[in-house]
Design a protein around this ligand. Structure first.
Ligand SMILES: [Cu+2]
Length: 127
């Protein structure tokens, strides 16, 4: 009986590991490589997102980065959005985004570079 319980625990744990899906997306805009990641799978509530910016394979740490995550209006649900300005930590821009529900959230990540130009990259995540 004890062994069965142990086996079920192991199964449960491995299933939850399989379900843990980290965000890892990359895109390119105006010669900049943008890498969006999370260290945990997305949840309803607060989530940390990390953005790495590179140009010509060099890390760019002088940009102003912000993100907007939003979900269009649906039957019984108004348009929702959440924005945050990133904070630079060890060469990586960090943001905290609160998701009020599961589903597909679209995002716009804007980064303003030294030349004053604002670049926008678009995508979506699921939770
Ligand atoms: Cu919704």
């Amino acid at each position: 009986m004890k062994n069965l319980l142990k086996m079920m625990m192991v199964l449960l744990i491995s299933v939850s590991f399989l379900k843990a899906e980290l965000v890892e997306q990359s895109g390119e805009k105006d010669g900049y490589d943008v890498i969006l990641t999370t260290k945990k799978s997305l949840v309803v509530g607060d989530n940390e997102f990390f953005v790495e910016l590179q140009k010509d394979e060099k890390v760019v740490t002088t940009a102003k980065v912000k993100a907007k995550f939003f979900m269009p209006e649906m039957p019984g649900m108004p348009y929702m959005e959440y924005e945050d300005n990133a904070v630079l930590e060890n060469g990586i821009y960090k943001m905290e985004i609160n998701f009020s529900m599961g589903g597909t959230w679209q995002y716009h990540i804007k980064f303003k570079t030294d030349d004053g130009i604002v670049h926008t990259i678009r995508g979506s995540v699921n939770l």
